[in-house]
Design a protein around this ligand. Structure first.
Ligand SMILES: Cc1cc2nc3c(=O)[nH]c(=O)nc-3n(C[C@H](O)[C@H](O)[C@H](O)COP(=O)(O)OP(=O)(O)OC[C@H]3O[C@@H](n4cnc5c(N)ncnc54)[C@H](O)[C@@H]3O)c2cc1C
Length: 410
């Protein structure tokens, strides 16, 4: 089969891979060849029940790339958020923290959107800006040693692509990361997230709820219409038990946690489970290779930040590659990739440990810890500047924020 050249070859056409491809093509134009290879590009994504919280910085990036405009009407702004901390059978759930959801007037700190809608919009925009989309996996590659000017990748459909930079955007079980010999450090939580979608009688009015229960967080995240996405953490054995229940018993377990404040609920989406873990790759780069998104790090969904962190990788990598290409430099050179790694690895470790600590603090039955965390939450709730900092951090607007996430063109 044919052999082609690409300045950048991206393995993985999920959020991270497609966003990077669009950013590079928009900034560098048709003379800069970008290919995305992923067998899922040919698949129907209707089975993906997940929805994601897209924080303000990520929304600015999608708007700058011209993607948000196509999905805006399907995205539900999060207008406020409540956090509670209680036992499963407590009759009343005291509210410890509330966020009114704007970081700037008229700009919500996050939106909820169904994953498949956003990925479809990204694929359409990638096609429009001239990214070559290949519905096949990157099966093998050969780097030809340290001084080589390119990597030769072999795809599962028999085609071959020669590239100056291979980006691993191939998800948590990245085969590119493994083949590059990059180890990860982290651990499994022994927890799984049950994900489904419910409809309810009353309007959620844009309110997100996070109920910290002893088994872990139970999140109710508003979707367009009278619907909410549920991310429900349980110990893995308990999640398996709940998943195996018939529909009426599953509904009863859900209702015990959801309660009836939005009226009667109906389950309108399939149920799925996702095992939860935390890991960070020991390096985000190898010779002519960069890792982005879940290929580089996976964190607990407790703060809904996994994808948002991946988009920060993408925005940082796009910025360093565009700077280099405009100066006529090699986008896969060690100096370019080291700049990317310096920018992203420390920030990733910090966010990873923060979400890990949050999960440990909240997913337990200790009354002493419960008292301590409730005092802490109450304090954040009452000190306006501290609360504002928390909201800006959650919105992705703190630290060395790449241009695209500030809403600036590259
Ligand atoms: C329950 C749950 C809730 C979450 N909620 C949120 C949230 O609210 N907000 C948030 O920011 N994050 C959230 N996350 C995290 C978020 O879903 C992930 O971080 C995000 O989907 C990762 O995107 P990605 O593009 O890096 O990887 P993926 O979406 O996993 O995409 C990887 C792609 O690579 C392809 N691929 C694999 N191998 C190859 C190969 N060899 N060659 C070519 N292609 C290949 C796959 O087919 C796939 O399409 C949540 C996660 C979970 C589990």
């Amino acid at each position: 089969m044919a052999r082609t050249d690409a300045d950048v070859l991206i393995a993985g056409g999920g959020f991270a891979g497609l966003t990077l491809a669009i950013a590079l093509r928009q900034a560098l134009g048709p003379s800069f060849a970008v290919t995305v290879a992923d067998p899922a590009l040919a698949a129907n994504r209707s089975g993906d029940q997940r929805a994601s919280a897209i924080v303000a910085a990520a929304r600015r990036l999608f708007e700058t790339l011209g993607v948000w405009q196509g999905v805006r009407d399907a995205a539900q702004p999060i207008l406020d958020m409540v956090v509670t901390d209680s036992r499963l059978d407590d009759a009343v759930r005291p509210v410890f923290l509330t966020f009114a959801g704007e970081i700037e007037p008229g700009e919500p700190f996050a939106h909820m959107i169904e994953n498949r809608l956003l990925v479809d919009a990204l694929a359409a925009k990638a096609r429009e800006v001239g990214v070559a989309l290949r519905p096949t996996a990157v099966a093998r590659w050969d780097g030809h040693g340290a001084s080589a000017q390119s990597i030769d990748a072999a795809c599962a459909d028999g085609s071959a692509i020669s590239t100056r930079l291979l980006v691993a955007a191939d998800g948590a079980r990245s085969s590119i990361r493994t083949a590059a010999g990059i180890a990860t450090h982290g651990w499994n939580y022994g927890q799984s997230a049950i994900v489904t979608t419910v409809s309810h009688e009353r309007d959620h009015e844009g309110r997100a709820e996070e109920h910290f229960l002893p088994a872990g967080p139970f999140a109710i995240l508003p979707l367009k219409g009278r619907r909410s996405s549920i991310v429900w953490t349980e110990a893995t054995a308990e999640a398996e038990r709940i998943m195996a229940l018939p529909d009426d018993a599953f509904h009863a377990e859900l209702e015990q946690r959801f309660k009836l404040h939005l009226g009667e609920i109906s389950i309108v989406g399939a149920r799925r489970t996702h095992p939860l873990g935390f890991f960070v790759a020991r390096s985000f780069i190898a010779e002519r290779i960069a890792l982005v998104g879940d290929a580089a790090h996976v964190i607990h969904p407790i703060a809904g930040q996994g994808l948002n962190m991946g988009l920060k990788d993408v925005a940082a990598l796009a910025e360093v590659v565009v700077d280099a290409a405009r100066l006529g430099l090699d986008p896969g050179s060690a100096s370019v990739l080291e700049r990317y790694q310096r920018w992203r690895r420390f920030d990733t470790m910090a966010m990873g440990f923060a979400t890990d600590g949050l999960n440990r603090l909240f997913s337990n039955r200790s009354d002493v810890l419960r008292f301590a965390r409730d005092v802490g939450l109450g304090l954040v709730d009452r000190v306006p500047n501290l609360k504002r900092l928390f909201i800006r951090e959650a919105a992705g607007l703190v630290g060395e924020v790449p241009k695209l996430l500030r809403g600036e063109l590259l």
